[in-house]
Ligand binder design. Structure first.
Ligand code: SF4
Length: 297
């Protein structure tokens, strides 16, 4: 491998939730007035500049990416003009029926932020009242055949809240990604795996170490369908640089910074010149330099 495999495109730093665990992908926290939006034309030139590289996948994120009014257009353009895999982390709260129909005509796979199945806890985590709207959007997405799974952040090693979510996943045949909460404290005492791994082993019919930092379980539902649960063990806990480099994901921020490490942003490069067709080689060079410079945590 000699280049980035995944481009994570942060289309904005703004979000309508205020989740306690949010790292905002390493960007400055949104304070209600410092919003930044990636422009569609800049995005298009960047993707065109990288067309002869080993890039395989674009994952949209934020903030809440759909607060940028051009995110849907970026997804549609990527769908119609490239063969890249397309994913998007979203809380769905800016989806209209038209958005859902438009997404159903693309190959996107959504990763939907699902903090808890408990309505009161949902409000305390996100500081929003939008629980019912999230549940409604999930059923609309399912009806329109938009592919999605849920992202659930494990805030502490305690898995009681997660257990309450399981019947909902079974009833609706929804798969889930579990993400341990990474902060200064949990980085020092990573105890997340103590309860969750034996529990998932005990209810699954198959499991696999995917050798890229994630563990995956297949679970049979009471109605004999199968869902999967993935545990994403952040390489940052033990500064496992080899796993991180092998994952090969680079971030593009709304203000056009190129960010290779989530924790240490000192080495970020910036596309601080006009993003025009004439400068496509220059854009590609910057991404190549960031790959070469990415040598340690
Ligand atoms: S390089 Fe950065 S993102 Fe990767 S494992 Fe090290 S600290 Fe984490």
């Amino acid at each position: 491998m000699s280049f980035w495999k995944i481009l994570r495109v942060l289309t904005t730093n703004a979000c309508n939730y205020k989740c306690v665990f949010c790292h905002n992908e390493g960007q400055d926290k949104f304070n209600g007035s410092n919003s930044e939006f990636l422009k569609f034309e800049d995005f298009k030139i960047i993707i065109q500049s990288l067309e002869d590289t080993e890039l395989k996948e674009v994952q949209f994120s934020g903030g809440e990416p759909f607060m940028n009014p051009e995110t849907l257009k970026m997804i549609q353009w990527l769908n119609d003009n490239t063969n890249l895999e397309i994913g998007c982390a979203t809380n769905t709260q800016f989806f209209t029926d038209e958005t859902i129909t438009a997404l159903s005509k693309t190959r996107i796979n959504l990763h939907i932020q699902f903090p808890t199945y408990d309505k009161v806890r949902f409000k305390s985590i996100t500081k929003s009242d939008l629980y019912d709207s999230l549940i409604l959007n999930l059923s609309k997405l399912r009806k329109e055949n938009v592919s999605f799974s849920l992202n659930y952040v494990l805030l502490t090693p305690n898995i009681d809240d997660f257990k309450h979510l399981l019947p909902f996943l079974y009833d609706n045949t929804i798969s889930l990604k579990l993400l341990p909460y990474v902060n200064d404290k949990t980085l020092k005492h990573n105890e997340f795996q103590k309860e969750i791994i034996p529990f998932l082993d005990s209810i699954s019919c198959q499991h696999e170490n995917q050798n890229n930092g994630s563990l995956k379980w297949w679970i049979k539902t009471p109605s004999d369908k199968v869902i999967t649960i993935k545990y994403i063990n952040s390489p940052c806990f033990k500064f496992e640089f080899g796993i991180c480099k092998n994952y090969a994901e680079i971030r593009l921020t709304p203000n056009l910074e190129i960010q290779s490490c989530l924790i240490n942003t000192e080495g970020n490069l910036k596309l601080d010149f006009d993003l025009t067709h004439e400068n496509k080689k220059h854009i590609k060079d910057i991404f190549e330099t960031s790959w070469m410079n990415f040598t340690h945590c």
